[in-house]
Design a protein around this ligand. Structure first.
Ligand code: THU
Length: 144
């Protein structure tokens, strides 16, 4: 069902995540995140993090990308890519718990999650699955 992405699909998804990151509204954290999801029909939906003076109202890039897809009527999502800057001492930043739960609603556990960091003009990609990030999910896919 969730077949592995081709190199071209991976690149298109990562490019989309990197491009939308330019729209990040993150004046408080200065941490810019771009995300993109690949829908089953081949369309790509993008989202970036949008912060607020009332900090807790911030919405992460991943959720904005997933909600863009679902809002457009596409609920079958094949992969998600995430692009951030490199933080000192961290190999990469992985999605927050709230985003993992939202991913689990629309993506089966074997869904590829590409986590990329930008380090001195280079994009380093870590390949995970949703199962890696969210074992034993509370979702509609798992055997109960
Ligand atoms: N953020 C994301 O957009 N995605 C993540 O995976 C982690 C955190 C955002 C939220 C906030 O705007 C900033 O990064 C710092 O937490």
């Amino acid at each position: 069902m969730n077949k592995t992405l081709t190199k071209d699909e991976e690149k298109a998804l990562l490019d989309a995540a990197q491009q939308v990151r330019e729209n990040s509204y993150s004046p408080y954290s200065k941490f810019e995140v771009g995300a993109a999801v690949l829908a089953q029909d081949g369309r790509i939906f993008q989202g970036t993090n949008i912060e607020n003076a009332s900090y807790g109202l911030t919405v992460c890039a991943e959720r904005n990308a997933i909600f863009a897809a679902v809002g457009a009527g596409e609920r079958r999502l094949r992969a998600l890519a995430l692009v951030t800057q490199k933080l000192p001492g961290m190999a990469f930043n992985s999605p927050c718990g709230a985003c993992r739960q939202v991913m689990s609603e629309f993506m089966p556990p074997d869904t590829p999650i590409l986590i990329a960091v930008l380090d001195k003009q280079k994009r380093i990609v870590y390949r995970k699955t949703l199962r890696d990030l969210m074992p034993f999910p509370f979702d509609k896919f798992s055997e109960k």
